[in-house]
Design a protein. Structure first.
Length: 541
């Protein structure tokens, strides 16, 4: 298929661009196979380059001969294009709809993108499992790197190399994989060098209604325990949901078969609920009624902050079990590729100072999200404005970044990166010129030959000029464990950096549609024990 076949009108003059809090721009609109471009002859006017893959939905409006297209983006931006001529408007809208909903992943822009910068650090080779394992080997000899999944046959969503207890052979791993959802047998997520405790992650056990047992699975997770020590299994489902999973062949670990482990259920909502929550949150931010009570009611109904609190609370629990109680932890939900990864990655940020550096955070995203099989292609296929019924879309990664921002805000001196980095990751997860977040697993990325055919986001990020933009000037290396507050008054609604200065001076806060709003400002003093002094100020009309 040729892109030209989908472009009915490639160019229109006299198009007017409207963006919130930005001057109106008139210029020429051009459509290419991957971009919507608006350029102007006006001096000092920034051109608009918008990836078609970033478009979530469009709306058409007509007043006489003037047509308007409202473009709603996956990164939550909203822009308006006024196009002279009804036919031109309809042709542009039709072309955008076709180009923004291409099914073939091989037609996506990362396969066509050629970097204009020198690739100094090849991001595809920057965070290989074997390199991460060298750091583990320097701390302990109790683990090994297994190649049991080198052809992705044991677990389609795992990486080819995984860290497992040294005393567990590959045949045992294959048997355990048949007992865990999606073949996701327990693997090492984090080693706490302070006391040697570990955190593992897996899919739910397939116990079913008959209470199926797998002695190899029991042997594997017991191999992570020190003599005389107990462990905790953190299940990210309610007990009722876990019980219901038995009827579908799933389930949870029986205490009779895992006597050295205590099971704790900490509810984190499933993907369809999270997607509905994001939609309601954006609708609340879109509300132009100028009614504070209505705004707060809609915000509460979205339950977005509730999800943030639930995830952070569970991550803190996992960190406390490891650091304060000296116990190893196994985390899983149903599939082990969504809420499980939110918890394990946030717990590492709390426990490990290295994860709070720019490069360390990149490594965390690689280990706990990309190589761990989070289905980015499915979860980020649509955002909050899509008109289609949600299938497998969910803002799982966005919620994780929101939680990181909450911790960063409470400990502003403990992170080497600033929130620009978090916003950048959010944007590229949904639409990007880089291949990093393409596919749903390492197996899919290997099949697509992404390392050979696309550029890694990390190659861009690790350029000196980009690192300077993403660096936190307040950063001071903090070797301590940091314990974020999860009290309701400590959790704020995230706003993007470019909106902050506007919100300080503009009382029209409810009349725009920024990516994420802040309705409560907080000033805190950071201490080694946590945040102690707080001053809150409501922003309102």
């Amino acid at each position: 298929m040729e892109f030209a076949e989908l472009i009915k009108t490639p160019r229109v003059d006299g198009v007017v661009l409207h963006r919130p809090f930005m001057p109106t721009v008139e210029g020429t609109l051009c459509l290419t196979g991957h971009h919507l471009i608006l350029s102007s002859r006006q001096d000092n006017t920034e051109e608009l380059w918008l990836l078609h893959s970033n478009i979530d939905s469009i709306e058409k409006r007509f007043v006489g001969c003037l047509g308007s297209i409202i473009v709603k983006c996956k990164d939550l931006r909203v822009i308006q294009l006024d196009i002279p001529g009804m036919e031109e408007c309809l042709n542009i809208a039709s072309s955008i709809e076709a180009l923004s909903t291409l099914d073939s992943i091989s037609l996506m822009y990362p396969f066509f993108y050629r970097p204009m910068f020198e690739v100094i650090d090849d991001g595809w080779n920057s965070f290989l499992p074997e390199d991460a394992f060298k750091d583990l080997e320097s701390m302990t000899d109790e683990w090994r790197l297994s190649e049991v999944n080198k052809d992705f046959s044991v677990c389609p969503s795992y990486a080819p190399l995984v860290a497992v207890p040294k005393g567990i052979d590959d045949d045992t791993l294959r048997k355990v994989a048949t007992f865990r959802h999606g073949g996701r047998f327990p693997v090492l997520s984090y080693y706490h060098k302070k006391n040697g405790m570990v955190m593992m992650r897996a899919g739910q056990p397939l116990t079913g209604t008959n209470g199926r047992r797998c002695k190899e699975d029991e042997k594997l997770i017991n191999a992570t325990l020190r003599p005389g020590k107990r462990g905790y299994i953190i299940d990210t489902r309610t007990i009722n949901v876990a019980q219901q999973a038995k009827a579908r062949g799933g389930g949870f670990e029986s205490e009779a078969n895992y006597p050295q482990w205590r099971r704790i259920h900490k509810a984190i909502e499933r993907s369809n609920v999270l997607q509905d929550s994001l939609i309601k949150l954006v609708e609340a931010c879109n509300d132009q009624s100028h009614n504070m009570d209505r705004w707060l009611s809609k915000l509460e109904a979205s339950n977005w902050q509730t999800h943030v609190k639930e995830i952070l609370t569970t991550a803190c629990l996992a960190a406390q079990c490891i650091d304060r109680e000296g116990a190893s932890v196994l985390v899983h939900g149903t599939e082990g590729a969504d809420s499980t990864l939110q918890v394990t990655s946030l717990a590492q940020i709390i426990l490990d100072p290295a994860c709070r550096t720019i490069r360390g955070f990149q490594g965390l995203i690689e280990r706990e999200w990309l190589q761990a099989g989070h289905p980015f292609q499915q979860r980020c296929a649509q955002s909050a404005y899509s008109n289609s019924k949600p299938r497998q879309e969910a803002p799982v990664f966005l919620l994780f970044l929101d939680c990181v921002w909450q911790i960063l805000r409470q400990f502003p001196c403990s992170f080497e990166f600033n929130e620009n980095f978090l916003v950048q990751l959010f944007e590229h997860a949904y639409a990007s010129q880089f291949g990093t977040f393409m596919g749903n697993s390492a197996a899919e990325r290997a099949k697509l030959s992404l390392p050979e055919k696309t550029v890694s986001l990390w190659s861009w990020v690790n350029r000196p000029q980009e690192l300077e933009r993403l660096s936190n000037p307040l950063y001071e290396a903090n070797s301590l464990v940091i314990w974020p507050s999860v009290a309701p008054q400590s959790l704020l609604l995230w706003e993007v950096p470019q909106q902050r200065e506007i919100n300080k001076w503009s009382l029209q806060i409810w009349e725009t549609i920024p990516p994420i709003y802040l309705f409560l400002l907080a000033f805190k003093r950071e201490t080694a024990e946590g945040t102690k002094e707080c001053l809150y100020l409501f922003v309102s009309k």
